[in-house]
Design a binder for this molecule. Structure first.
Ligand code: FPP
Length: 247
């Protein structure tokens, strides 16, 4: 059977346009394989590239990955520094491959809380890829769903002249959408969490209102093309009603 044949045989509307992934299980993968945690994160970072290309081949248009949460600062100093180093190394590497493959790279999260050099690198990659249209890869870095909503509410409240905020009755779901970090992205159709936990962990809280969830025990570095294919086939078999009645 050809690569991704089952997915490619699906009607296009059965393929999720936007897949979001909570990358979990790098540490446990390392433990199971008698490696260091850092090696687990390294393998996890490599896997983002594999899954990005698989998504592109399957006809997915947007991939958003949870790379570092607002809560991840609570980890040991060494682990946080290693994750920051990896993010820098990979963003540099992605800049080249993204341009070659016409991938637009975005970062969501509170960039103000990152080091100056990482923030500069993020802005550089975003700028360098802003007109590319083959695929949309978004990294959530220093991201928390509640933090994003707080920042959005502050933005909305700060609009209007003189800085009194826009009239309350003019605030709609669209106003909120437009003030979120994800303003340019459609809502995720499919949210995948690897690593066996069954929770959302502050990821895309507003945007996942109607997303389909897929949980797997597989650790993120082991979540390869076949696992992604399985998740997409599972999604394709679901009936989405967005709160409407069963047909
Ligand atoms: C969860 O594994 C993963 C993270 C905390 C962050 C994900 C980060 C990466 C994949 C590396 C950097 C990313 C990119 C895109 C360059 P865990 O440590 O919570 O695993 P555990 O629950 O098994 O300990």
């Amino acid at each position: 059977m050809g690569k991704f044949e089952k997915v490619l045989a699906l009607a296009p509307e059965r393929i999720p346009a936007h897949v979001a992934i909570i990358l979990d299980g790098n540490g446990r993968w390392a433990e199971h394989n008698h490696r260091l945690r850092a090696q687990g994160h390294h393998a996890g970072a490599d896997n983002v590239e594999t899954i990005t290309y698989a998504c592109m081949d399957m006809g997915v248009k947007y991939l958003t990955v949870y790379a570092f949460s607002t809560e991840n600062w609570k980890r040991s100093k060494d682990e946080v520094s290693y994750l920051m180093l990896l993010l820098k190394q990979y963003l540099l590497k992605y800049k080249k491959t993204a341009i070659a493959k016409k991938i637009r790279v975005r970062v969501i999260g509170d960039l103000g809380g990152l080091s100056d050099d990482l923030r500069a690198l993020i802005l550089d990659v975003e700028q360098a890829t802003k007109d590319l249209k083959a695929f949309n890869l978004t990294f959530a870095i220093n991201y928390g769903g509640r933090d994003e909503l707080v920042r959005a509410v502050r933005r909305i409240a700060g609009q209007g002249i003189p800085a009194k905020g826009i009239p309350a009755e003019e605030i709609t779901a669209d106003t909120i959408n437009a003030a979120l970090d994800t303003a340019e992205l459609p809502d995720p159709d499919l949210l995948i969490r690897t690593g066996g936990e069954l929770r959302i962990s502050n990821f895309l809280l507003w945007q996942c209102a109607y997303s389909e969830f897929y949980f797997t025990d597989t650790f993120w570095p082991d979540f390869g093309e076949e696992e992604l294919e399985k998740a997409i086939l599972d999604y394709a078999g679901r009936e989405r009603r967005f709160g409407g009645r069963k047909k």
